[in-house]
Design a protein around this ligand. Structure first.
Ligand code: ASP
Length: 328
């Protein structure tokens, strides 16, 4: 039977990192994100358990950085993390063995930039910002994006590590492409920051689906799908099966629902519903969203249990299990 109601999941997940010890102890597992009070001061949220990435954004925000710069700082941490096989250096390659990266950024003025299918450049979120700020365009693809990066002094980096090469070589023995994204193998970083000026900026960075077809582009660099921000309302980012996010223009949908009065949580739930209403709830792929509104309230929703996100506010950098999911 089709389950339309989400299962609630309100308790905080593991406590991740404490930046500035304050009233709430790092061991206080009863601290639920439902209890986070709207407070003055910056907020940073990002997909998955990227403790260091969110801490980097938080530190930048606390020292007065604008929201977009802070979000890019977080993306850079994962772009350099070779253990993360879905972002930057060490990302899984496509079927032919090429690592191709996608990224997008958006600022509080509604400006945006993105790059798709970029090879040999690690910091693609920063590159997306350069597209936004230094070209008359919004999106650059493939070789053009790489040439643009080189013209700005980005260094050439071989993104395929020994480890990801070995995994890919193992995969080529059968070359079975089954685009199942389970909760273990997608770790795109999507980050949303609310800075001291109360402006929202965000970024998204990924190597996309492992062993994807050459030329495949997912949701992450598509403005409105993987990332969308309207500074008067809020922002949203996605991770998971990009094709499903693109079909429902998920992040834009969430921001528009918030504009109509839904909370970030209600808006994320509805965006997940849009997918499961068409595809059913027993799908073998994951999609997850996180969202923030102008007041710093956050929401998160996903199809399958297992998604977590980071939340920083008032000196506490914490990992939460998603608020709601459909399948356990
Ligand atoms: N959303 C990404 C994509 O489809 C995958 C991910 O989140 O890992 O490219």
């Amino acid at each position: 039977m089709k389950r339309r109601l989400f299962l609630g999941k309100t308790l905080a997940g593991s406590v991740a990192a404490l930046l500035i010890p304050k009233a709430i102890s790092a061991q206080d597992t009863s601290f639920s994100n439902k209890n986070i009070k709207t407070a003055k001061g910056p907020v940073s949220i990002c997909t998955w358990q990227f403790i260091k990435a969110n801490a980097a954004a938080a530190a930048a925000l606390e020292s007065g950085s604008d929201a977009l710069s802070a979000a890019i700082k977080a993306a850079e941490v994962e772009e350099l993390n070779e253990k993360n096989t879905t972002v930057g250096y060490g990302g899984s390659p496509d079927r032919e063995g090429n690592v191709t990266l996608d990224a997008s950024v958006m600022d509080h003025l509604g400006n945006c930039g993105s790059v798709v299918a970029v090879e040999n450049i690690v910091h693609v979120a920063a590159l997306a910002r350069d597209v936004m700020e230094k070209t008359p365009h919004v999106m650059l693809a493939g070789e053009g994006a790489e040439l643009f990066a080189k013209s700005l002094g980005y260094k050439h980096t071989e993104l395929l590590t020994e480890e990801s090469k070995e995994s890919w070589e193992e995969w080529t023995k059968n070359s079975k492409y089954k685009p199942i994204i389970n909760i273990e193998n997608h770790d795109t970083i999507g980050i949303l920051c609310l800075d001291k000026e109360e402006n929202i900026g965000g970024a998204c960075s990924t190597s996309g689906l492992g062993y994807k077809m050459k030329g495949r582009v997912g949701d992450s660099p598509i403005i409105g799908s993987g990332l969308f921000i309207d500074n008067t309302i809020g922002g949203a980012v996605a991770t998971g099966m990009g094709e499903e996010v693109v079909k429902t223009v998920g992040s834009f949908l969430i921001v528009e629902l918030m504009r109509q009065g839904r909370s970030p949580q209600e808006a994320c739930d509805e965006a997940i519903n849009r997918i499961t209403e068409k595809q059913g709830v027993d799908v073998d792929f994951q999609v997850a969203y996180i969202a923030i509104d102008k007041q710093g309230n956050v929401g998160s929703s996903c199809i399958h249990k297992g998604f977590t996100y980071m939340h920083y506010q008032n000196g506490i950098n914490q990992n939460f299990e998603v608020n709601k999911y459909i399948n356990s």
